[in-house]
Design a protein around this ligand. Sequence first.
Ligand code: ZN
Length: 420
Amino acid sequence: MDRTRGFLHAEVEARDWEEQRSLQAARLREVLALGEAQAPAVAALLRGAGARAGDFHSLEDLGRLPVTPKARLVELQREHPPFGGFLAVPLAQVRRIFRSPGPILDPQTPGEGWGWEEGLFAAGFRPGDVCVNTFGYQMTPAGMMFDEALGALGCPLVPTGVGDRDTQIEILRSLGVTGYTGMASFLLQIGERAREQGLDPARDFHLKAAFTTAEPLPDSLRNSVEEMFGATVRQGFGTAECGCLAYECHERGGMHLASRAIVEIADPESGRPLGPGEIGEIVVTLLSPAFPLLRLGTGDLSAVDPVACACGRPAPKLRGWLGRCDQLVKVKGMFLHPGAVQAAMRAFPEVARFRAVVTREEGRDVLTVQAEAQAPDEGLRVRIETRLREALGIGAGCRWVPGDSLPADGKVIDDLRKWD
Ligand SMILES: [Zn+2]
């Protein structure tokens, strides 16, 4: 069985990306027209932008609408229960109501899935794979999302949820389970427990493919799990409200955008759509006639890169999770993220601990990286400053501080500017 090639929906996944975008634009017009007539929140957003549904000719026109942050959706749902005015069908047509942290209520209507089956296929799942679905089935939609996707793919599954590890091990072994959906970190814990029992997960289990989402997947975690089980681990990106938005193929190197929703990368302050390769907030428009969320701000940071992928999918790739918008600090007019500072400083193992401090001197922002090193010297200091300027795109000073003087509180950027 070839788990590395092919498409679940070739007519969609292999289609030219520009063509996919123009189909999305046509779908957007339909959804906006329905929303304008039947969903008060959509009508209000359009009115606020001085636009009508018929004015949206291309996806670029979406930029006319403001970004609705998740926190605003929470408020709207409180003001206009239960769905904040976004429901465009009668309540009797809602099948399930999920409650995600926020809290945000998400309606599920029959016939509207979350689209994870494409990602599962790309990750190597094939019809007939017996699976365990370890995503939770209570309150949040994660469990049901993958339950339905595995069903659509023809994969029998055990709805385990996050049950205890010994039971998971027993099920994995007795059913010869080949597919796993859930957090990669939980699969690692299952494997560790199996080893405690004297088992070798690569030999004593039959796992071939694992699909994970809802947490960052660093290479170290992926490699450990793949090696432990002799299986491939692939990830997807989605939200409770929108379902699958992007997923990895066999080739890795980012997650192909799914065409079922419109994913934009937007400037976290202005909401303006950004270009390829630029880092910004992931903003999602759900092309659902029943629950048409428009430009929902996820609060997560990423970038979208155009790629020529060997798998044959022309869809550009989402770079993966690059942090949260609320961790962004604007320094000298540029967004600075803790992850970018950490990545730059990783080149200097001589530095035991560091912290970036932002101050304001004579009306100008000053970025200084305080660093502790065993043998601080001038040459190293200059190399660090050069690297920071290259990596961050802004000038930063490096200043040595005595060993063990920086607090070990995990804070990477300390913003000491006073604005009063
Ligand atoms: Zn690919």
